[in-house]
Design a protein around this ligand. Structure first.
Ligand code: TYD
Ligand code: MG
Length: 453
């Protein structure tokens, strides 16, 4: 038998190298290569270029029924999935440890079980007793969920064969191990092989399977990124552990859009749904304080009002100013600062700049540029932005304010929450009594805020 070749697999991105290196050549992470057993090689007797079976090719115009959907009854969860779980599909929920993945899935499992579905919850991390205690605390002690604490994929599949499930939770995929592979649990090869077997079970049996995956920043646990292409749906569960709110976001969805989010708040009784997220993020807003601006972010088709806070500190000349950002892209902040300086003559270069998105929210919407600019101008000039105004718009390097998607939707949400002014790109129409102020260039906003003509 030929000697198995040593191979080293990056635990972050899954790329394979035949030589150990300190840094992965693909994703550039350090110290992520781990030696793993190679896959079983076919013997040279097999001629792999022959002997295949001819496939039956089909056409597109055959009518296929829509896949069956299962609503778990947690509206925010069903919404993020694009209308519930699909039978025979695999969903991956990724997120930092402790963010609430097990809690959310136990709540979904409990609801589905109470609605008469056959639900199996396999925990590889907690003993059955621990899961039971948690369920009792969540008020789901009486839900007929079938529970097991196991890590062997073979045992799990044998159990599922004798007891079909409509909804199966595997918490978490990193703790599972398949005996088809030699590597230790948690390595990329193991995670991939275990997931493959479980996903195949879902496709064959018609069960909706959910795999929980931990994501750690240092890459020590095999990142579920290698699983993303194997499953049908990838959900990211995000939030700051120190804040109570959590966002469930679809990153990939073979059965629907990826633009819907679910918003939850972690409380004493588990994750509660937040159907009006704007009110959550604005609760502790400091009014009439320089540097505070309300921005209507768009999450898919859903506007969420968040507070952008900026602080600038002028330094004695010579010191290197600090730039710190929480909840936004630091490159984007540097760009807005540069545009303010180069196009509007605001000398912020020597000042320390701190930017924070309140509530631990992470902004990705490009329309935040103008809100950030307004917060910076306001902090720098110590003049507050009116408390009843919202600000949004994208900035170009030339200092132009660019139109953004769904301005009417953003204004309508702001109107609902009692705002009466909308500062944004030129060409917006007033909506529901919100007066609009359109800017073609950032300089016009600076003039307005500084009272220049
Ligand atoms: P958990 O679901 O175990 O996180 P994950 O599976 O993503 O690792 O949730 C962990 C945190 O949630 C834990 O720190 C305690 C907190 N929590 C509550 O605040 N309230 C609750 O009702 C429950 C069940 C958990
Ligand atoms: Mg957990």
């Amino acid at each position: 038998m030929a000697k198995a070749k040593r191979q080293y697999v990056c635990q972050n991105c899954g790329s394979v190298s035949y030589r150990w290196q300190g840094q992965c050549a693909d994703c550039n992470e350090w110290n992520t290569l781990v030696e793993e057993a190679g896959e079983t090689a076919f013997s040279a007797k097999h001629d792999l270029s022959r002997g295949g079976r001819t496939l039956t090719l089909e056409t597109l115009d055959v009518h296929s029924p829509m896949p069956e959907r299962m609503l778990c009854g947690i509206a925010e969860f069903d919404r993020a999935l694009g209308g519930g779980f699909v039978a025979g599909s695999a969903t991956l929920i990724g997120g930092d440890p402790g963010i609430g993945k097990s809690t959310l899935l136990l709540q979904a499992a409990g609801r589905l079980a109470k609605a008469g579905k056959s639900v199996v919850y396999i925990s590889g991390e907690e003993a059955a007793g621990q899961v039971r205690l948690r369920a009792q605390r969540l008020g789901l002690g009486d839900a007929p969920v079938a529970l097991a604490s196991a890590t062997s994929v073979r045992d799990i599949l044998a159990t599922l064969d004798s007891r079909t499930g409509d909804f199966v939770v595997i918490d978490s995929i990193q703790t599972m191990h398949s005996d088809l592979i030699d590597s230790a649990p948690g390595t990329v090869s193991q995670v991939r092989a275990s997931a493959q077997e479980l996903i195949r079970y879902a496709k064959d049996s018609g069960a909706a399977i959910v795999l929980v995956g931990h994501v750690t920043k240092d890459g020590t646990i095999a990142g579920p990124r290698v699983l993303e292409h194997m499953v049908d749906t990838v959900l990211a569960f995000e939030g700051e552990r120190s804040h109570q709110y959590r966002i469930l976001r679809a990153v990939k969805n073979r059965f629907g859009g990826t633009d819907e989010i679910g918003v939850f708040a972690m409380g004493e009784e588990g994750l509660g749904e937040v159907s009006n997220p704007s009110s959550l993020f604005l609760t502790d807003r400091s009014r009439d304080v320089p540097g505070s601006v309300v921005f209507p972010a768009l999450e898919g088709t859903r506007p969420v009002l968040v507070e952008v806070q900026a602080l600038t500190v002028r330094l004695a000349s010579g010191a290197t100013p600090r730039r710190a950002v929480v909840g936004w892209d630091s490159g984007r902040l540097a760009m807005v600062l540069a545009v303010l300086e180069a196009r509007c003559g605001l000398q912020m270069g020597g000042a320390e700049v701190y930017l924070n998105i309140a509530g631990g929210y992470r902004l990705t919407d490009p329309a935040a540029d103008l809100a950030v600019a307004a917060a910076l101008i306001s902090a720098f000039s110590e003049r507050p932005v009116p408390a009843d105004a919202i600000v949004f718009g994208e900035l170009s390097l030339s200092g132009e304010v660019r139109p953004v998607s769904h301005d009417a939707l953003r204004l309508r949400e702001a109107a609902k929450l009692g705002f009466s002014k909308g500062w944004g790109p030129k060409g917006m129409k007033p909506v529901n009594g919100i007066g609009v102020n359109g800017f073609g260039r950032l300089g016009e906003l600076v003039d307005l805020m500084l009272g220049r003509d």
